[in-house]
Design a protein around this ligand. Sequence first.
Ligand SMILES: Nc1ncnc2c1ncn2[C@@H]1O[C@H](COP(=O)(O)OP(=O)(O)OP(=O)(O)O)[C@@H](O)[C@H]1O
Ligand SMILES: [Mg+2]
Length: 292
Amino acid sequence: MEVPRSVGELTETLRQGSYLADRGLATALFVALSLNRPILLEGEVGVGKTEVAKVMASVFGRELIRLQCYEGIDTNQALYEWDYARQMLHIRALSEQQVADSDAVDKLFGPKFLLERPLLKAVRAGDQAVLLIDEIDRADDEFEAFLLEVLSDFQISIPEIGTVKAESPPLVVLTSNRTRELHDALKRRCLYHWIGYPAAEREVDIVLIREPGVPAALARKVVAAVQRLRELDLAKPPGVAETIDWARTLAFLGASDLDAGYAQDTLGAVVKDRDDLEVVRDNLAEITSGAS
Ligand SMILES: Nc1ncnc2c1ncn2[C@@H]1O[C@H](COP(=O)(O)OP(=O)(O)OP(=O)(O)O)[C@@H](O)[C@H]1O
Ligand SMILES: [Mg+2]
């Protein structure tokens, strides 16, 4: 699909992919897409950071290439690796005379034995892809510096093969849960958008678009209760994902309303920390007395 012509058009396209973006997020994505800028999404847990990259890929018919970051991730896992196992098999199959021939050895480091990892794949796919660099805050400093290099020119050199460059870069979406502060240099390269919890009305719409089987009145009650939970000082405040889960669970059990009894029985869908459970149990009546 073509790049959208306006923020409104992009918002509508995302909606068709069952994602509701507010104006700020839609604008940031529109600019990222139009001006080829990476976009860094930070926000609370479960507010749709990862999902928006997936939906962008799906609505624009692009391939989603995901680089999941974790502690200790290194460049090999992100760029490319040599397929040692196949190289070994190949060497074994060679005759002594062939091994002496330097050509045969060179071939061992040719395209046939190269394993593409997400970044190389994304550079090759260019604007046919959305590159999701998920949870960048989990990777360490050196990896971040290395990413910065790749993002600045979308060019990867493989000594044995040559340089691969993206004609037009992929849409790059980075996400972070802010377990640590990212470097200014990386932030400077990216557009930045903070995704907060949605307002109640939008959250109801999100529940209904994701779980059309949930009665609207129940969705409103659940959202009101979740928004109250977020005001409590919980260790793990519920994200939008939990709201959806809770509504789905209640609807599945046949609840048409959220009362303290139903809430008590289904709390595990929304509160996932033992200490939090105790705080919430003590306040259940108040939490569930929300709008209907
Ligand atoms: N604006 C939205 N429109 C539609 N669905 C949404 C929206 N926000 C969140 N969701 C839903 O919430 C779920 C969780 O979102 P997602 O996994 O993207 O959160 P996240 O911010 O990446 O969380 P984490 O920090 O845990 O990785 C999604 O699967 C999606 O169903
Ligand atoms: Mg995520």
